[in-house]
Design a protein around this ligand. Structure first.
Ligand code: FAD
Length: 322
């Protein structure tokens, strides 16, 4: 028996969400005493799955599946679940995974719970905690079918290092022309910016930055680091930054490898949404700011002096190591 994970790729590289669903699957597998099996579509390398507890990876190499196709991908996952005897299948909550999961649920006659934020309760049943009403409430849902599908919310669980011995196996998707009724011709992104959900590094600004005109340095720091930008709630409430950047208890959760908070006090509602990040760096001119207690590294100083210096040093470092 095994827990099956659908691991997503972009440009044939495994995405951060793939490692998060793998981390979560490992924890569920440990709870149930099972193994973790991942399914990849045309991934260049699957080695990194061994860092997140995956025991076996089924590697699909098939040109027909180079672009996402919900029906064909669901069919492949169904075949993998049946081959591996998987009673639990885990997917992310990307737009593609949300499209695929209901089709897979029909194929496997499985219950599907979306927006799951925590490990399942498995004592005498199987129930999951899910967000509801755009994160304003939680509900607990029991899944009573033989096969269960869990849609894990982005950044709800984070990445958990867990070394494993990874067995790689080629997998025949066994799809037919019937699975290609709808086909995505091309995907044109309207921005090259990294999304908070996919970001390894997030640079976040708070009210300490005084006004929207001062965000240029936050954008620049994010660009140098290849990071996503985020902000505290009042910043988006005041319209300094878009609501899509609001992180915290009532905003997006962040579970980045590195979270840099600039001019953010560290209120409990802010910390609730970002504390799953591995390393937190805080830049604040008040050495009593609560965020310093939650930080791994702290810089007591004026953001308007510290951030430009940081950008300069990072650029120097990049130039010397190019
Ligand atoms: C129900 C509820 C839900 C909430 N949800 C969220 C949420 O999801 N996310 C969220 O962020 N907040 C949330 N809040 C708001 C939260 O309580 C705080 O009010 C908010 O996080 C404060 O934002 P801030 O740190 O940007 O601003 P402030 O608290 O004003 O802090 C600004 C910080 O900047 C520092 N600073 C000032 N000048 C400089 C400078 N030149 N250089 C460096 N540092 C400087 C100050 O020392 C201070 O620590 C919620 C509140 C409630 C009641």
């Amino acid at each position: 028996m095994s827990i099956l994970v659908y691991t997503e790729t972009e440009n044939n590289k495994l995405k951060k969400s793939a490692f998060e669903v793998a981390s979560y699957a490992k924890a569920v597998a440990d709870q149930l005493g099972e193994k973790v099996v991942a399914l990849t579509f045309n991934a260049e390398s699957t080695d990194a799955l061994a860092d997140y507890g995956v025991d076996k990876v089924l590697e699909v190499k098939n040109d027909k599946l180079s672009k996402f196709n919900a029906d064909a991908y669901a069919e492949t996952l169904k075949n993998a679940a049946q081959q591996e005897g998987s009673k639990v299948v885990i997917v992310s909550q990307s737009a593609n995974a949300k499209y695929l999961a209901p089709l897979l649920a029909i194929d496997l006659e499985a219950a599907y719970a979306s927006n799951v934020t925590d490990l399942p309760e498995t004592d005498g049943g199987f129930s999951v905690k899910r967000t509801a009403f755009t994160n304003k409430a939680f509900n607990y849902t029991s899944l009573d079918t033989d096969v269960k599908i869990i849609g894990l919310s982005h950044n709800a669980f984070g990445l958990k290092d867990n070394k494993s011995e990874l067995e790689k196996v080629a997998f025949d998707a066994k799809v037919s022309d019937d699975n290609f009724g709808i086909n995505v011709e091309s995907v044109d992104k309207n921005t090259d910016k990294v999304s908070i959900a996919d970001a390894e590094i997030v640079v976040s600004g708070g009210r300490g930055l005084k006004g929207p005109e001062n965000w240029e340095m936050i954008e620049e720091l994010a660009e140098v680091l290849g990071a996503a930008t985020a902000c505290s709630k009042p910043v988006s409430d005041m319209g300094w930054r878009p609501h899509s950047e609001h992180v915290g208890q009532t905003g997006k959760p962040v579970a980045a490898n590195l979270y840099i908070a600039v001019g953010i006090s560290g209120a409990i509602q802010h910390l609730a949404g970002v504390s799953a990040s591995k390393t937190k760096v805080v830049i604040n001119n008040d050495d009593e700011a609560p965020f310093f207690k939650a930080a791994d590294y702290g810089i007591v100083g004026d953001a308007f002096e510290v951030v430009p210096k940081l950008i300069e040093k990072l650029k120097e470092f990049k130039a010397n190591n190019a």
